[in-house]
Design a binder for this molecule. Structure first.
Ligand code: AMP
Length: 249
């Protein structure tokens, strides 16, 4: 069974980002970019399934600018076998990515597609669900445990009331939650090995996909600054302030 893992290149999660002065978006100039953390978890899960003998190949895909090749090399250093870069300088919204992935699902026929539950730059949480709809595949989102056997995946999800376990028939789409696994550290020998692995480069046009944006961003603003707090001398004052000023009790 082949597993397809889409990986997005996003601004590194450790960085504090700034909004551009004209309010048109986030200033990404000279910022460190990394693999979306949920996608790292997806790659790790796919590689573990291969190591268990459940999968035979892990194929990683990234859609975006030429620098996404670095993200794909990192995924191959974790253990993915092969990569496809769908190269474009256009802004890609979740629907466009889902259409590209649908075209690749048709071509590559994976038994499982494992995506991150959301990209930390746009926080959309849409691509996996849209792909499942476009490809007419069952979906299990926010997976915190995945077990694959007998043509089915049992997926445990953390829901408000506790844990829910779903069974989906393969091929299926799964999206990863934070507690699914802890991705391994990438070692130098594996980084070297990853340089020799196959990476194909195609364009959305090659796949017959129109990626034109459907949503227009009107304005991006910084969150309001928090005003300074006050120190209270004792508990009685705190309770009084909570009652009379904050009016929360
Ligand atoms: P989103 O719907 O944007 O929050 O993204 C959810 C997931 O879709 C991500 O965690 C990735 O697995 C995948 N994805 C989104 N955008 C891309 C992209 N440009 N290239 C590859 N995978 C992507």
């Amino acid at each position: 069974m082949k597993i397809l893992v889409p990986v997005k290149r996003v601004v590194d999660y450790n960085l504090k980002i700034r909004v551009k002065s004209d309010g048109t978006g986030v200033d990404l100039a000279n910022l460190k970019m990394s693999m979306n953390p949920f996608d790292e978890i997806a790659v790790e899960e796919a590689v573990r399934l291969k190591e268990k003998g459940v999968a035979t190949e892990v194929l990683v895909v990234s859609c975006g600018v030429t620098q996404c090749q670095e993200t794909l090399r990192t995924a191959m250093a974790i253990g993915a076998d092969r990569a496809i870069l769908v190269q474009t300088d256009e802004e890609l919204q979740p629907l466009a990515v889902a259409k590209i992935l649908k075209a690749l699902v048709d071509k590559e026929q994976p038994g499982l597609v494992i995506l991150g539950k959301q990209a930390i730059d746009d926080d959309c949480n849409q691509t996996g669900q849209m792909l499942a709809a476009l490809a007419d595949l069952p979906q299990a989102t926010f997976a915190s445990k995945v077990e694959v056997a007998n043509g089915k995946a049992n997926v445990t999800r953390e829901v408000d009331g506790g844990l829910e376990t779903l069974s989906v028939t393969l091929p299926a789409v799964i999206t990863t939650d934070l507690r699914l696994n802890e991705p391994r550290y990438v070692t130098l020998p594996n980084i070297m090995k990853a340089k020799k692995k196959q990476m194909d480069i195609v364009t959305p046009e090659d796949l017959g996909v129109d990626v034109e944006p459907r949503i227009k961003t009107l304005k991006v603003t910084e969150p309001p600054k928090r005003s300074a707090g006050v120190k209270v001398p004792d508990v009685a004052t705190l309770v009084r302030k909570l009652k009379t000023e904050a009016k929360v009790i």
